[in-house]
Design a protein around this ligand. Structure first.
Ligand code: PRP
Ligand code: URA
Length: 207
């Protein structure tokens, strides 16, 4: 099952604040960070670990440390609103960037930028983009990552539409999608309903 619904109460509570038209830009930014921390933790639940020990003030404590190369790839520009949250969890993660812009009339995504760290084929790649609407941007980004050598890719989004999930599933059946919700669908302008509006515009105050 490629879609993982993240039903944690804090995720659901934060999602509703993001959806509200009353939410101001500063609160929207904070809530985007909060929900992204929770979603990324879920998406990285199966990260490999290795045994490790530390000396506590009382005795030696045995435990485990993350033992994986993680590459986070925000899809510009809205994905940048999730990046700090992921780096808070994995400060050593490397970061790639993909710039995509949906045409306002046709909703077709075109690429304007891509830059990745080396050895993507050996990395856990976490692609972050808050909105999965038609799926055009996600598929375009996944194709860029595929050409760059990425093998293990998972997507974290904040709102997904059934149309977008179906498109990604068809082209990339092995890519796992982590989302708090699958909304009703798209309107005639290809915005998610009920969605939360234009994520990038709300994040950066460019409405
Ligand atoms: C938004 C969003 C996704 C895309 C989703 O970006 O961040 O990348 O739309 O839509 P799709 O599934 O129909 O392709 P947008 O192109 O608006 O650019 P922005 O991040 O610069 O605001
Ligand atoms: N991009 C957004 O920011 N919101 C949508 O609803 C669809 C695409």
């Amino acid at each position: 099952m490629p879609v993982h619904l993240v039903e944690h109460p804090l995720v659901q509570d934060t999602l509703l604040v993001l959806r509200s038209v009353e939410t101001s830009t500063d609160v929207f930014r904070r809530m985007a960070t909060r929900i992204s921390v929770l979603l990324a933790a879920e998406a990285l639940r199966d990260l490999p670990t290795a045994p490790a020990s530390v000396q506590s003030p009382i005795a030696v404590a045995h435990g485990r440390r993350v033992n994986a190369d993680v590459v986070v790839v925000p899809v510009l520009r809205a994905g940048l609103g999730m990046l700090d949250a992921v780096l808070e969890l994995i400060p050593a993660a490397r970061v790639g960037h993909i710039g995509l812009q949906r045409d306002e009339m046709t909703a077709v995504a075109s690429q304007y930028y891509a830059k990745f760290p080396a050895n993507l084929d050996r990395s856990f790649v976490l692609m972050i983009d808050p909105m999965l609407a038609t799926g055009g941007s996600a598929v375009a980004a996944l194709e860029v990552l595929e050409r760059a050598g990425a093998r293990d890719v998972r997507i974290v989004c904040i709102v997904a539409a059934p149309e977008g999930i179906a498109v990604v599933e068809r082209r990339f059946p092995d890519v796992r999608i982590y989302t708090p919700v699958i909304d009703e669908g798209l309107n005639d302008r290809k915005y998610i309903v009920p969605g939360l509006g234009d994520f990038g515009d709300r994040l950066y105050g460019t409405l």
